[in-house]
Design a protein around this ligand. Sequence first.
Ligand SMILES: *Cc1c(COP(=O)(O)O)cnc(C)c1O
Length: 249
Amino acid sequence: MSAINPLTEEQKIERAEEVTYNLSQVIERVKAATPEKQTARLVAVSKIKPASDVLAAYNAGQRHFGENYVQELVDKSQELPKDINWHFIGTFQSNKAKMLSAIPNLWAVETIDSEKKARLLNKACEDVERVEKIRVFVQVNTSGEETKSGVEPDEVLPLAKYIVNSCSKLHFTGLMTIGAPDVPDDTAENPDFKLLSECRDKLQKELSLDGLELSMGMSGDYELALKQGSNNVRVGSSIFGARPKKVAQ
Ligand SMILES: *Cc1c(COP(=O)(O)O)cnc(C)c1O
């Protein structure tokens, strides 16, 4: 989308139609894969995609969007409709807590994986006198890969307790995992999703809490994730198309 080669009006309309069509397909598949009585929310992951793509999905009724890069999220949140519910799903860097807390319609931060990050986000919310709490998910490293962020399953309880008891500006909403790649959607059961679900059940007992959510499932595996209990699927490329391979954070 370079300034040298702007899209023609016709190309813009075509692109909006493409996003709208893809979105409608994903929504149908989400509906079909979600067990009765399970709540499921579709988060359209718009990272690296232009604001015009977000707007196309918005105009088709989509309200929850996910972003990975804080500056990009700040820019889009300022430019796009204020009733969008933004999810931050990127690596949480402590020095970005202030920027995140100042986004009025930030709906959730899905990638909290340490007490320090929770504390800093909470503190930043206090500093900007944020009225609405930010929902937070604790990211769990369910696959045990060293390169993955997230807490180990047995570290979930103390972190959840810390958020519930000590972070008055945060609302502990549930658990999130990315999971190992390349477990195809037609597998009977994804071990990462199973583990996250077990973690959640255990946590609810330990905290005497109900209704904690599971955020799991991306373009390649969201239907399986829904079948395994996901309440929040994060789908990017199936809606907006492939992304360039590597972008600096
Ligand atoms: C990019 C990203 C997604 C969306 O991935 P797709 O495969 O494009 O659907 C979901 N969750 C997280 C954490 C991501 O970084």
